[in-house]
Design a protein. Structure first.
Length: 305
């Protein structure tokens, strides 16, 4: 079992059946697309953009085995396994590691707001101790505007001191680059084998320049190819132009509810309107929003030609 490879990840959107259950087969096919023509180095299913906290536990528990049966490389997947109940987090993480997927992206317990550092340490240490497998690699998930449970640098370093390489990295979805910088400076970033991932591709080169590991983003469901172009471009005018295209796409995507917007784009790409289904309380784009998104996508395409 390998640590997750570094690079550009999509926080993969989730397809649902008519009865609201997760369509695992379609999700696997979609992730295979992301990992090939979609331009991604890796995928993060059942995370925030994947409506993971709205997916039934039974579906989440079965998913890693289905990924394994499909032969998706284990170092290219970060399963979201966070849950308010520590026992559910352990069960989801164990299902992943039992299927060969040892890299997990773990939300803090997000029902009780502003928990203490001691409480957060207890939650994450419980996960590591209950799994009791040295191949486990935990990526902490800092998204305080949603979880209301911020993860401090002191908690991160206390966990690393206790569990070493098992605490492998962190996704910083705060949207604040100075917060990303603080995580890198506190941990040493990739130079000390701790992989910090900002959540916006607009921060790609700012992040790489200080020692981040790549990007994990919701909008890379649609725009990872652009991000890879910017990542591989030589410094200078070519990179500047590529990053401008990345920022323009990210700015456009941010005009719409992210999950519904990405699902609409996938429905258009695949010709499959079942992608428009959302897990309550989230809802699809309105007709007006769809028209705006279509016009914005046309404008992006025209600007790129």
């Amino acid at each position: 079992m390998k640590k997750a490879r570094r690079g550009i990840y999509a926080a993969a959107i989730s397809p649902f059946n008519e009865d609201g259950s997760l369509n695992s087969k379609k999700l696997i096919g979609y992730c295979q697309h992301l990992l090939s023509d979609g331009g991604c180095d890796g995928v993060a299913p059942t995370g925030t953009t994947g409506e993971g906290t709205s997916v039934a536990m039974a579906d989440r528990l079965r998913l890693p085995e289905a990924f394994a049966a499909a032969g998706i490389e284990t170092d290219r997947v970060l399963f979201g396994t966070g849950a308010p109940a520590s026992g559910d987090c352990v069960a989801l993480s164990r299902a992943a590691i039992d299927a060969g997927y040892n890299n997990v992206l773990v939300l803090p317990p997000y029902y009780y707001k502003s928990p203490s550092d001691e409480g957060l340490y207890a939650y994450f240490s419980n996960l590591v101790e209950k799994i009791a497998n040295d191949t486990l690699r935990v990526y902490l998930y800092h998204i305080p505007q949603v979880s209301a449970a911020p993860i401090s640098t002191s908690v991160v370093n206390r966990l690393r001191a206790a569990f070493g390489p098992v605490i492998a990295g962190l996704k910083d979805s705060s949207g604040d680059f100075e917060q990303t910088r603080a995580f890198v400076e506190a941990t040493g970033g990739i130079s000390d084998e701790f992989d910090v991932y900002p959540s916006s591709e607009s921060m790609l080169w700012e992040g790489l320049s200080i020692g981040t590991a790549g990007i994990i983003s919701g909008s890379t469901n649609a725009f990872a190819v652009n991000v890879q172009k910017a990542r591989k471009a030589p410094e200078g005018p070519e990179r500047d132009a590529a990053m401008e295209a990345v920022r323009n796409a990210r700015t456009m995507a941010s005009k719409y509810p992210l999950m519904a917007g990405m699902k609409t784009l996938e429905a258009w790409r695949s010709g499959d309107d079942s992608w428009l289904r959302m897990a309550p309380p989230l809802v699809p784009l309105t007709a007006e929003q769809k028209a705006g998104l279509r016009a914005d996508m046309d404008a992006l395409t025209s600007a790129a030609t």
